[in-house]
Ligand binder design. Structure first.
Ligand SMILES: Cc1cc2nc3c(=O)[nH]c(=O)nc-3n(C[C@H](O)[C@H](O)[C@H](O)COP(=O)(O)OP(=O)(O)OC[C@H]3O[C@@H](n4cnc5c(N)ncnc54)[C@H](O)[C@@H]3O)c2cc1C
Length: 305
């Protein structure tokens, strides 16, 4: 299959770039694994959306972006990108199963994936919370633990506190890593308890394998067991760049290094959103990356085969 531009990843960054480029008459193929929308459908609300004064439900925001990309004429290709090959006048993205899609330029928008150690993977569907927007209601009246007090962990704790009786937010460092505004919301919320200088080390299970406790190591205090039926892990997100070949410059964390137009210098490859080194890791920054890349593509690649 040939398209003018190939986009890999169907989160807010990929959907927005696809819409902007297709609106200008380019044939855009968007390769996505799993449902469209990236992180958004799992979020009860997203704040800081440009043009909105109030937070918006993540699934609703995702469906707006999907509808707009669809209306602009984007071709959705529901497959995983498994390799990227660079040629002098094009780039080719190999697809899972078989086949490929070729374009004059490729935009990488794969976000970052949650990394789960094997100790926790076995609790998927058994108390390990994968999608807070989908699952929060199941924890009504229960105790849940959120691991990691960065932006994602803080928002997760606030959302879980709507239903849960007790939310314990466990953070390894001695301070919260989220914004002061979120920190204030955490401190004001009587359902949420914060454990700093503490690390989640494992979970205990019932006979059927469901979480019934979370083990925590508290610095200067030692191990503690917290009775809890749910655990949300909001640390250790890694970029999804394993399939890229050595022609793509990655930093030590595996993030794609680009210039200020989100382009790998002198190449046909762009990287936008959370997969880009230096990303602010917000919805607004994903959109602003998508705009910068679309603008650069329209100036440099439009009409090239
Ligand atoms: C709990 C939490 C709360 C948040 N709350 C907010 C908030 O309130 N406000 C805010 O501004 N931001 C918030 N964020 C951050 C925001 O969601 C992200 O910055 C944004 O989703 C990043 O968009 P993206 O398109 O770069 O990546 P993603 O949304 O991660 O999308 C990437 C997509 O690419 C797909 N993909 C990966 N590899 C491949 C491949 N090889 N082939 C095909 N597809 C692939 C992935 O499956 C995924 O669907 C939050 C994040 C979390 C985790």
């Amino acid at each position: 299959m040939h398209r003018d531009i190939v986009i890999v990843g169907g989160g807010p960054a990929g959907l927005t770039a696809a819409e902007l480029l297709a609106q200008q008459g380019l044939a855009v193929g968007l390769v996505h694994k799993g449902p469209l929308g990236g992180e958004l459908p799992s979020l009860l609300w997203v704040d800081g959306v440009p043009g909105l004064d109030a937070p918006i439900n993540g699934a609703e925001l995702a469906s707006q972006l999907i509808d707009r990309a669809q209306a602009a004429g984007v071709t959705f290709i529901s497959r995983e990108a498994t390799a990227l090959e660079l040629y002098s006048r094009s780039a080719v993205v190999a697809l899972s199963g078989h086949g490929f899609v070729q374009g004059s330029a490729v935009v990488l928008a794969m976000g970052r994936r949650r990394i789960l150690g094997k100790d926790f993977r076995k609790f998927e569907g058994r108390g390990l919370i994968g999608c807070t927007a989908c699952d929060a209601g199941f924890y009504r009246g229960e105790t849940v633990v959120v691991c990691g007090a960065g932006h994602g962990g803080a928002i997760d704790a606030i959302n879980l506190a709507i239903h849960a009786e007790r939310v314990i937010l466990v953070e390894r460092s001695n301070e919260l890593g989220c914004s002061p505004e979120l920190a204030e919301q955490l401190h004001r919320n009587s359902v949420i308890e914060i454990m700093l200088s503490s690390e989640v080390s494992g979970a205990g299970a019932t006979a059927s394998g469901a979480i019934d406790a979370v083990h925590v190591n508290m610095k200067d205090v030692g191990p503690r067991t917290l009775p809890a039926t749910g655990l949300s892990i909001q640390v250790g997100r890694m970029p999804e760049t394993e399939f890229l070949d050595s022609g793509v410059g990655l930093d030590r964390e595996g993030l794609v290094e680009t210039d200020e137009c989100c382009r790998i210098p002198a190449s046909r490859i762009f990287a936008i959103g959370e997969v880009r080194a230096g990303s602010a890791r917000t919805f607004a920054s994903a959109i602003s990356d998508a705009r910068a890349a679309a603008h650069s593509i329209l100036s440099n690649f439009s009409g090239m085969a």
